[in-house]
Design a protein. Structure first.
Length: 319
């Protein structure tokens, strides 16, 4: 079980870096030294990637560029992960084969968050990092799923040892130190209940030169396309995101995300860190739900075919 800690939390105010190059509701730059910019003509790949060569991700874990995989086909819950968050014991389970897409195998992870009983849960994996990281997963929101508070988060910790492996957790509303932590999360964001649940895809990022919120605190800065369709419930979606570490002290960090192989946005100019030893090295896969905007009592999200790699992964081959 994950020890009791203060997790990052979505505030009342969220600054959003859109494709127009503005933070909303405040206009401004993402950091004090230079502007985070959208890459107008990105050279990042789209469509097929590494996964196209491996049917159902079979033996993908043997590729030199792959750091971690879990298709949930074998083993007990959390067998491949380092920490399991299921405090009530009834949040995490495997779905029956009849509920699966044949492309994804025999079973997937089911996360059931029940208001008044729990806030959901998930897994965390620590790993040896790389200069550029790609995280690919499949997810499905149940047809009645409401808003989700937090989702899939990549965190940088001081090291993989002792208390330093937790330096990237917590600190909601606080400006991170450049040698202590940074994080970015791909999440469904509901625009404070204005969009149809679960909302639209969005980066929720913390780093040491991020833009403050109008209340003077440092809540996660958002990155997303200026226009984007709502997330469709009841279908499997391939979600992938990339983080490029910056040269310590320089504004050359990057991040990008893809939905079903389509590049939705690629941003450069992020000074994630000041220390060469601070690396993104922990992935939390979860569905964390609160009653701030969520009214549906039971909210179910499914996950499958999680991959961490050093190169673009892409969707599973369909044939």
């Amino acid at each position: 079980m994950i020890p009791s800690r203060t997790w990052l939390s979505v505030p009342t105010i969220l600054l959003v870096f859109t494709l127009s190059g503005l933070f909303l509701p405040l206009q401004g730059i993402a950091q004090t030294a230079s502007e985070v910019k959208l890459v107008d003509k990105s050279e990042l790949p789209s469509g097929d990637g590494l996964a196209a060569w491996f049917a159902n991700d079979s033996q993908l874990n043997q590729h030199a560029a792959v750091i971690f995989t879990d298709d949930f086909e074998a083993g007990e819950l959390g067998a491949k992960w380092d920490e399991t968050n299921d405090r009530t014991g009834n949040v995490l389970s495997f779905v029956a084969p009849a509920s699966k897409s044949p492309m994804l195998g025999r079973r997937s992870l089911k996360v059931t968050a029940t208001l008044g009983q729990n806030s959901g849960g998930g897994f965390t994996k620590w790993f040896e990092s790389s200069g550029r990281l790609f995280i690919r997963l499949y997810t499905k929101f149940d047809k009645d799923c409401d808003y989700v508070h937090h989702f899939c988060t990549l965190r940088a910790n001081k090291s993989l040892q002792g208390s330093d492996r937790w330096s990237g957790f917590g600190g909601a509303g606080e400006l991170p130190d450049g040698d202590e932590r940074f994080s970015t999360a791909i999440e469904p964001w509901g625009n404070w209940g204005k969009w149809t649940p679960p909302g639209q895809w969005n980066f929720y990022s913390y780093w040491h030169t991020m833009q403050p919120s109008p209340d003077g605190k440092y809540w996660g800065n958002g990155f997303r396309p200026e226009t984007q369709s709502n997330i469709e419930r009841g279908k499997w979606i391939c979600v992938e995101f990339m983080l490029q570490h910056n040269t310590p002290g320089k504004d050359d960090g990057e991040q990008a995300y893809w939905i079903d192989g389509e590049l939705r946005g690629h941003w450069r100019g992020i000074q994630w860190r000041t220390s060469p030893t601070l690396m993104a090295n922990a992935l939390t896969l979860e569905s964390y739900v609160t009653d701030r905007w969520t009214k549906q009592r039971v909210n179910i999200v499914y996950f499958d075919n999680v991959v961490i790699a050093k190169q673009y992964i892409g969707p599973l081959p369909t044939e």
